[in-house]
Design a protein around this ligand. Structure first.
Ligand code: IVH
Length: 666
């Protein structure tokens, strides 16, 4: 293989692992580590490389999966009417152009419009049949989304049955959000418990909807606002205002405030008024949606390839403020990568105090010419961690200092290296206390061994007191040692020891992910645990054997082999074994499993176990669970008193199983 080709392959593998990790943080933990802009940059790099080297393109690359959708664990739902998006603008001039365009198409009409708050949440589509909730789905790619019925059902303000006289079919569209207050409270609790905090309400709402366990979603302060429909049968609607009135009458929550206008001046006035009051809403808003009131006029105006001509979203500028850059600190991550972080004079941006901002790497600092002592412009767009967008070079007085990445690790003093062809600089000392802290935090994190109470503050104490020198030491902590720590009463000590003990039973894939092997994300960890019977087999595998596993490949395979070659890693595994951790894979599902792999299930009626548990079991065996019966459904698992879904299954000739038959099958 030519040199450039093999380095391209390596870079592709790295980008995929990085992007996959960022996707996981964004969609599953709702705690993004980088800004949307930075993410787009990585993504584009990968797209370009895959185009240039098509021999390395694979169907499981993140570039082949649209946005967050569709998620493997959720069954696909095809929307009855596609979910379109809107043209977005920040400019009043473009609103004027939008209005003129409509006037040109309908020169003799008055065109009354409605201006509504643009709720900054996650778009969903729900289907009610004769007033009963059938399913709820995310937008996905607009045509097909993820079935998130079980999670949506946990939203308390959402009616599972409509009031009054509901139409036969109502596909209703809206936004799931997390309240601003609830978000602040959730983050306060999480930071107290030492868990990572969410970046903003939208991400945490999205993360909550993608939980595999609906009992977690149920604990999140979610709400929903409806503003439109897809398919409707059994009622004639002619106007947006009429639609909103109907939704309200049926018990569906809608925006409390909206404005009407029939001129450009009126529209702009409404947009300005909304901007003044939007901070008082319980949910976050990021703009105004301007839409034609009359459905007949909407029909005449039609759609372009991308968006309807009858509606437009006006977005309010992300708030920007100026402050001073006091210093550039350097943090050391789990794999030793050094990341510069801006220490700012604290300022309030979009309602919260900001004292830190991400800087990513040395090259970005050089590109923006950011110097210590500069006055910088900080932006907190609803969706990103605060970022420095520019520097007020006109305010410099010559005392500002350029930043140089240290040549020694700021924590342990070891030398740092820059891997060939990479931007990142890395501390090479595997025993560096900073790396150790991050490794332990990762080991204990929710997506890994899930040890509640073992967050940043606790890890800091454990490492700085020398109680934990590597992850296996966690399992040797005693109640005497823990009681001597700050803020650790009898109860917290018992809770933490309980959580540590419970983590010993975590499945092997979680342990494989928790170990923090370079490039091993959740999918590679799951693939390894699926392929090998136990950890010993993984450790004994050659790089060639590892590379043959889907989701692993050359770079990841080499990294795994190298990790387990290190004597200190092997010693650590022995200590974990002695502590009683589970080092074997889940028993492989019986032969019958091939029958259910890839099949779509609907669960209905009263069963001996909660539905969520049965759903988990189906997912574990490779099946998917959906909220409604369609032609795509393979099996309906029907309990006592199953109603309309059972009837529909019979009508469509879908195979129906009792709970006993289901047990026998799996
Ligand atoms: S109407 C044909 N109304 O913002 C699409 N959308 O940027 C009609 N959104 O895709 C959408 N609040 O997910 C509409 N009051 C509102 C909205 C709203 C939030 C979302 C929605 C839409 C996106 C457009």
């Amino acid at each position: 293989m030519a040199e450039s080709e093999s380095s391209a392959e390596q870079r592709i593998a790295e980008l995929r692992a990085d992007i996959e990790e960022h996707n996981r943080r964004y969609y599953e933990e709702a705690a993004p580590a980088i800004s949307d802009r930075e993410y787009d940059r990585l993504y584009r790099q990968l797209v370009e490389l895959e185009e240039r080297y098509p021999q390395f393109a694979t169907p499981d690359s993140p570039t082949q999966q649209v946005g967050g959708a569709p998620h493997k664990a959720f069954a696909p739902v095809t929307h009855r009417v596609p979910m379109r998006s809107l043209d977005n603008t920040y400019s009043e001039e473009e609103v004027a152009a939008f209005y003129r365009r409509m006037k040109k198409i309908l020169p003799n009409d008055k065109i009354p419009v409605v201006v509504e708050p643009k709720v900054d949440g996650v778009a969903v589509s729900l289907l009610y049949e004769n007033g009963r909730l059938q399913y709820a789905a995310t937008r996905g790619d607009g045509t097909t989304g993820d079935d998130v019925t079980q999670n949506i059902r946990t939203i308390r303000s959402l009616p599972k049955r409509l009031k009054g006289d509901p139409p036969r079919i109502l596909e209703v569209r809206g936004e799931v959000f997390m309240t601003k207050k609830g978000f602040a409270k959730l983050n306060a609790e999480r930071s107290e418990a030492g868990l990572p905090v969410f970046a903003n309400p939208r991400n945490s709402a999205a993360g909550s909807l993608k939980q595999l366990d609906p009992s977690i979603t149920a604990q999140r302060p979610l709400g929903v606002i409806f503003y439109g429909t897809g398919a409707v049968e059994g009622v004639e609607l002619a106007h947006q205002l009429e639609l909103i009135a109907l939704l309200k009458k049926l018990g569906l929550p809608c925006n409390e405030r909206w404005w009407t206008a029939d001129s450009l001046e009126g529209i702009l006035r409404a947009i300005h008024e909304l901007e003044k009051v939007r901070h008082d809403f319980v949910y976050e808003t990021d703009g105004a949606v301007v839409k034609v009131d009359s459905f007949a006029q909407r029909e005449s105006l039609g759609v372009t390839a991308k968006a309807p001509r009858w509606a437009m979203a006006f977005k309010y500028e992300a708030e920007r403020v100026e402050t001073r850059l006091l210093d550039i600190l350097v943090q050391v991550g789990r794999t030793g990568v050094l990341t510069p972080v801006a220490a700012l004079e604290p300022v309030v941006v979009s309602g919260s105090t900001v004292g830190r901002a991400t800087l990513h790497n040395e090259e970005e600092i050089a590109r923006k010419d950011i110097r210590i002592g500069d006055t910088v412009v900080v932006e907190k767009a609803g969706e990103v961690i605060p970022a420095i967008v520019s520097v007020r070079t006109d305010l410099r007085d010559g005392s500002e200092k350029s930043f140089r990445m240290p040549t020694k690790c700021p924590v342990c003093g070891s030398k740092v290296v820059k891997d060939e062809g990479q931007v990142a600089v890395r501390c090479v000392n595997a025993r560096c206390p900073a790396q150790l802290k991050r490794r332990i935090e990762h080991f204990a994190s929710r997506g890994a061994m899930d040890i509640e109470g073992l967050g940043e503050a606790m890890v800091e104490q454990l490492v700085s007191r020398g109680l934990v020198r590597e992850v296996s030491d966690i399992y040797r902590l005693t109640s005497e040692e823990l009681r001597a720590l700050e803020r650790m009463g009898e109860k917290s000590v018992a809770n933490l020891l309980g959580a540590i003990a419970r983590s010993k039973q975590q499945p092997l894939w979680r342990l494989l992910f928790a170990l923090g092997v370079l490039h091993v994300g959740v999918s590679a960890a799951r693939a390894l645990a699926d392929h090998f019977p136990d950890l010993d087999a993984v450790m004994a595998a050659t790089p060639e054997q590892l590379q043959r596993i889907p989701d692993v490949g050359e770079v990841v395979g080499n990294s795994i082999a190298q990790f387990f070659r290190e004597p200190h890693n092997r010693e650590m595994i022995e200590k974990l074994r002695a502590a009683g951790l589970r080092l074997t894979s889940e028993p492989k599902p019986a032969a019958g499993d091939s029958k259910i792999k890839g099949t779509i299930w609907v669960i209905t009626g009263a069963l001996s176990q909660p539905r969520e548990e049965i759903a988990e079991e189906i997912i574990r065996h490779g099946g998917k669970v959906s909220g409604s019966v369609s032609k795509k459904t393979n099996f309906v698992l029907a309990g006592e008193e199953a109603g309309s879904k059972l009837a529909k299954a019979k009508q469509l000739g879908v195979q129906i199983l009792s709970e006993d038959e289901f047990r026998r099958l799996i």
